[in-house]
Write a protein that binds this ligand. Structure first.
Ligand code: TEU
Length: 584
């Protein structure tokens, strides 16, 4: 039995009644995007041995679970989210032996390893797809979504795609295979064909692969776009988008008709009878609160928690490149609705950042004068919500967006394709570049800033993506040495979640929902209440209108983000956040 399994809760079977306190309520997940985390061999790309080298750092931070973005064999069209062999490690990242070592070393430090499971699609170089495309009669033809051209049209003619859907990475969601004259579906890049989950052989192959990893010692899966695996049949046209010419196909693949059946089957086939301490996270774009309750009701045995996107879509217009200013009241309304919706049954992930999002401090905070204060404020607000907090690598250092020079600075397939497509639709390069600077996934993908040396301690070679020039000031070495750093603030918040049942399981109550710059809420459990107040602005702000205000003035200050907090509940300073506790 590995070190992390040797705890009493393991005796309980997976699927406990609602409101039961579960281990992941007091856990914090840290996401590693291996390409950009730590290089160990000087090739400029992060790798598994690099992750091992930084495990002590993660243990100091205090995290419980490490989610690894994909490290499987892959042509890297979408940085590993295009998998060509589910049961091998890409040589860029190391070997299976390196992986086993990582699992063992993480377990020795009490850290669980959660794999990224990308099974809505494979790479077009996966042997399953190679066989599937080889002929219309292939035994694996039906493992993917093959369709003839639109009725009455010739293959390859404009508009002959079987449906009018747009891919997430621009252009049509269908690609013509010249050899067989049919199209295959790819919701993401043309090198990421969608698997056909209607076919029971596909499902069994996926479950067998998952069991293989669990037998190898991994502690669960973060399931990539898992709410897209069930398609609504027959596949048909969607509503054409304003920025045309393609359409929104999402009504036909988000939470499709068999999604709950598939996840329950997966649970039975993969997780039933195994440790209750395995973690299952459903990454679910566009999931609703009502659906999330169903997905995460422990009695239904689907997944432990959802990873939803509503709050990171609030600064988007019709699509993610139409940026609009974020109103704090809208953010509170969204996060508050999720808190209320999952209050009785179900569980949510809490995050500001991942490898697909711009850096939180640049997006929701102030990455200039108040970078340190606002990074700590964001952490405080998020980690005090009900749900399981996720820290994305470098967030705990207050890393910022990247100062991109021009179009050639973007490497991510989504950004590169969008630039080309938007210029094709007649938009000006300056306007498109501005949207990319703000919203590109590449903002999250610059190497982690470990120290002030030329490549920030990430690599001894030439980094695959330039380090942010601000690493001379913002880096782990400096922050470990400074007790008031963003890093140590995250460490304290993680400690608080571990030690304080109010933080893990207390009820959530939003206060001052309409206030344009104060984010305030309470958490309560038994006789304890915790109050969080945070000033999302660069000006002093009084906190008026709290219920029983005087009481709070006398309450114990648990945590603040300014070195000298002072007494009572005074006006909050720029980007100040405070956590108070009251009760027996
Ligand atoms: O992303 C799912 C998703 O829908 C978006 O967050 C997406 O990445 C994009 O930003 C849409 O604008 C997951 C992975 O996290 C992402 O890295 C992959 O590219 C994608 O699935 C395909 O596997």
């Amino acid at each position: 039995m590995s070190a992390v399994e040797a705890t009493p809760e393991t005796t309980q079977p997976k699927g406990t009644p609602p409101r039961e306190r579960q281990w992941f309520h007091s856990a914090v997940v840290y996401q590693v995007y291996p390409r950009s985390f730590q290089d160990s061999d000087g090739d400029g790309i992060g790798d598994l041995r690099g992750v091992v080298r930084r495990l002590d750092y993660l243990a100091t931070l205090g995290i419980d679970v490490l989610w690894l973005s994909p490290i499987y064999a892959s042509p890297q069209d979408d940085n590993g989210y295009d998998i060509s062999d589910y049961q091998d490690i890409d040589p860029t990242f190391g070997t299976l032996a390196d992986f086993d070592d990582l699992v063992a070393q993480a377990h020795a430090r009490g850290i669980r390893i959660v794999m990224d499971l990308v099974v809505n699609h494979t790479s077009d170089e996966h042997p399953w797809f190679v066989e599937s495309r080889s002929s219309k009669d292939s035994a694996k033809r039906d493992w993917y979504w093959w369709r003839p051209p639109r009725e009455g049209m010739d293959a390859g003619a404009p508009g002959a795609e079987p449906t009018n859907w747009q891919s997430f990475f621009s252009g049509p969601a269908w690609e013509l295979d010249e050899a067989t004259g049919e199209y295959y579906l790819h919701l993401f890049s043309r090198k990421q064909p969608d698997l056909n989950w209607e076919n029971p052989e596909v499902r069994e192959a996926v479950y067998a692969m998952m069991r293989w990893w669990l037998d190898r010692g991994v502690d669960g899966f973060r399931m990539d776009v898992i709410n897209m695996i069930s398609k609504d049949l027959p596949l048909r046209d969607g509503r054409v988008l304003d920025h045309g010419p393609y359409a929104d196909g999402s009504p036909f693949y988000i939470c499709g008709p068999r999604i709950h059946e598939f996840l329950q089957e997966m649970h039975r086939e993969v997780f039933a009878g195994r440790s209750e301490k395995l973690l299952t996270v459903g990454e679910m774009p566009a999931v609703t609160v009502d659906e999330a309750v169903l997905f995460t009701d422990p009695a239904r045995r689907e997944v432990d928690m959802v990873f939803q996107f509503e709050h990171v879509g609030l600064d988007h217009g019709e699509h993610k490149w139409d940026r609009r200013p974020l109103e704090l009241a809208e953010l509170k309304a969204s996060l508050g609705r999720w808190q209320a919706g999952l209050a009785e049954v179900g569980w949510n992930s809490l995050y500001w950042n991942n490898h697909d999002q711009p850096r939180a401090v640049s997006r929701f905070g102030d990455d200039g004068q108040y970078r340190v204060e606002s990074a700590k404020l964001l952490a405080t607000v998020l980690h005090l919500h009900r749900g399981t907090p996720y820290v994305y690598q470098g967030e705990e250092l207050g890393m910022t967006n990247v100062p991109f020079e021009g179009a050639q600075s973007f490497l991510d397939i989504e950004s590169v394709n969008y630039y080309r497509a938007a210029l094709g639709l007649g938009r000006s390069p300056e306007e498109v570049l501005e949207a990319l600077r703000e919203g590109s996934r590449d903002n999250a993908r610059s190497p982690v800033q470990w120290d002030a040396s030329p490549h920030a301690g990430f690599t001894t070679g030439e980094p695959w993506f330039p380090v942010n020039p601000n690493h001379a000031e913002i880096n782990a070495d400096a922050e470990l040495a400074d007790p008031d750093s963003v890093f140590h603030h995250y460490r304290r918040l993680i400690e608080l979640r571990h030690s304080d049942p109010v933080v893990a399981d207390g009820d959530f109550h939003m206060l001052l929902p309409e206030h344009p710059s104060i984010y305030a809420f309470t958490r309560s459990l038994d006789t304890q209440t915790v109050l969080v107040v945070a000033n999302f602005s660069g000006d002093d702000q009084p906190v008026d209108g709290l219920p029983s205000e005087e009481d709070w003035g006398a309450a114990e200050l648990v945590l603040g983000n300014y070195p000298e907090p002072g007494a009572g509940l005074p006006p909050l300073r720029p980007w100040e956040a405070r956590v108070y506790r009251r009760g027996a």
